[in-house]
Design a protein around this ligand. Structure first.
Ligand SMILES: [Cu+2]
Length: 337
C-alpha cells in the first residue's frame, strides 16, 4: 500500500524558533511572544471538512477533483544502501469520463484519473516507477528533473507491456511527468500527465498543501484547439464545489499548466496576493503578485493566507479559457469555526 498524507507537521528546533521569533516578530527576549510563536508553529495544519456533494450527475463513478487536490502519493518505501527507495505503481488506461452534464470523453489516464497521482519524494531518494500500459495505444512516462537518458521515458511501451523507470529524485522542486509518445499534444490533451514533487532536504514550513493542474480537452479531436478546460480534470468543478480553506492559515499551492494548443496562460486569485517560488527551486519567494503566466509544463509553488472570510475566485485571466471550465473558488472559513 502506498503511504498517503494530506498535510504535514512542523519539526522546529529551539534555535529555529528563536531565529523566527527575532526575524518574523521583531521580538527580543519576549517570553510571551516566543510562546505565541511556539504555539503557532506547533499547531498542526487543519484541513476543513469537505462538504457533501448533492445527488447530481457528478456522482457518476470516476475520479473526484476534491480528492486529487490534497492527495500525495509517497510510494511504498523500502531502504537500500541506507537511503529510501520509493516505489510507485502506475497504469495507463482509457477512462470514460463525464466532463459536464452533456459531454462524455474517453480520457487517457494514469491510474484512472486526470491528472495522474501526485508523486512525492525527498531530494536524494531513489525513485522506482513500475509502469503497466493497460491501453491498446502505446504510452510512456517522461519525467522532468535530472536523470540518465535511458530513463527519459520516450520509448513507446506497447499494449499490456510493463517497464520500470528508476532514477534519483533531483533536484528539489516542482516537476511533472507525462506521456511522450507522438503526437504528444494528443496524449497529453487526453489526460496523460501528473505532478512530481521533490521536497527539499530541509522541509518547508507547515501549510495546507494542495495541487492544481490546468488542463484542456480537445473534445472534437481536431488537434487545433480545446473546447473545454479544467482544474484537476473536471471543468468548473471547484466553481460548483469551492475549495474550503481556513482564514489566516498558510496555503501552499503547487500549480502546473498542461494546456496544449493555447499560448501561455495565467493564474490569478481574487482578493489576495501570493508569493512565488519559481519551479519550486527556491526556499525564499522571488516575487509577490496576484497573477502569474505559465507556458505548457511550466509550474510554480505559490503561498498565501486569506485575511478575510468569504468566497474568492481563481482562474486564468484568458477569460475565454476561464469561461470554458477553468474556473474555481476558495471558500475561506473563519478560523473560529
Ligand atoms: Cu501516451
Amino acid at each position: 500500500m502506498s503511504q498517503r498524507f494530506t498535510n504535514n507537521f512542523p519539526v522546529c528546533s529551539r534555535r529555529r524558533l528563536l531565529q523566527l521569533s527575532l526575524a518574523g516578530l521583531g521580538i527580543t527576549g519576549s517570553v510571551a511572544g516566543l510562546q505565541t510563536l511556539r504555539s503557532q508553529i506547533n499547531s498542526p495544519v487543519r484541513i476543513p471538512p469537505i462538504p457533501e456533494k448533492d445527488n447530481s450527475w457528478e456522482n457518476y463513478p470516476g475520479f473526484d477533483p476534491m480528492n486529487i487536490l490534497r492527495d500525495f502519493d509517497y510510494g511504498t518505501i523500502s531502504h537500500k544502501n541506507g537511503r529510501p527507495v520509493r516505489e510507485f505503481q502506475i497504469t495507463a488506461n482509457v477512462t470514460k469520463t463525464q466532463l459536464n452534464e452533456h459531454v462524455f470523453f474517453n480520457t487517457w489516464s494514469f491510474n484512472h484519473q486526470v491528472p495522474g497521482p501526485t508523486l512525492r519524494a525527498v531530494e536524494g531518494d531513489r525513485i522506482r516507477v513500475i509502469f503497466h500500459n493497460q491501453d491498446t495505444n502505446s504510452h510512456s512516462i517522461h519525467f522532468h528533473g535530472i536523470h540518465p537518458g535511458e530513463m527519459d521515458g520516450i520509448i513507446p511501451i506497447g499494449k499490456n507491456k510493463k517497464t520500470i523507470y528508476e532514477f534519483d529524485a533531483k533536484p528539489y522542486g516542482l516537476h511533472l511527468y507525462h506521456c511522450h509518445i507522438s503526437p504528444v499534444d494528443r496524449h497529453i490533451g487526453k489526460g496523460l500527465y501528473g505532478m512530481f514533487i521533490v521536497d527539499p532536504p530541509r522541509k518547508r514550513p507547515s501549510a495546507d498543501e494542495m495541487v492544481l493542474i490546468i488542463g484542456g480537452y480537445d473534445t472534437n479531436q481536431d488537434s487545433k484547439s480545446n473546447e473545454l478546460y479544467a482544474f484537476n480534470g473536471l471543468p468548473n468543478y471547484y466553481k460548483k464545489h469551492p475549495i474550503p480553506i481556513y482564514q489566516n492559515q498558510l496555503v501552499r499551492l503547487y500549480i502546473l499548466n498542461m494546456i496544449e494548443y493555447d499560448a501561455p496562460v495565467s493564474f490569478h486569485i481574487h482578493g489576495n496576493m501570493f508569493k512565488v517560488y519559481p519551479t519550486g527551486r527556491t526556499m525564499k519567494p522571488t516575487l509577490e503578485t496576484d497573477i502569474i503566466t505559465m507556458g505548457t509544463a511550466e509550474r510554480h509553488i505559490l503561498e498565501f493566507k486569506y485575511p478575510y472570510p468569504g468566497e474568492y475566485m481563481f482562474h486564468p485571466h484568458q477569460d475565454v479559457i476561464a469561461e470554458k471550465g477553468c474556473m474555481g473558488k476558495f471558500s475561506v472559513i473563519p478560523r473560529s469555526k
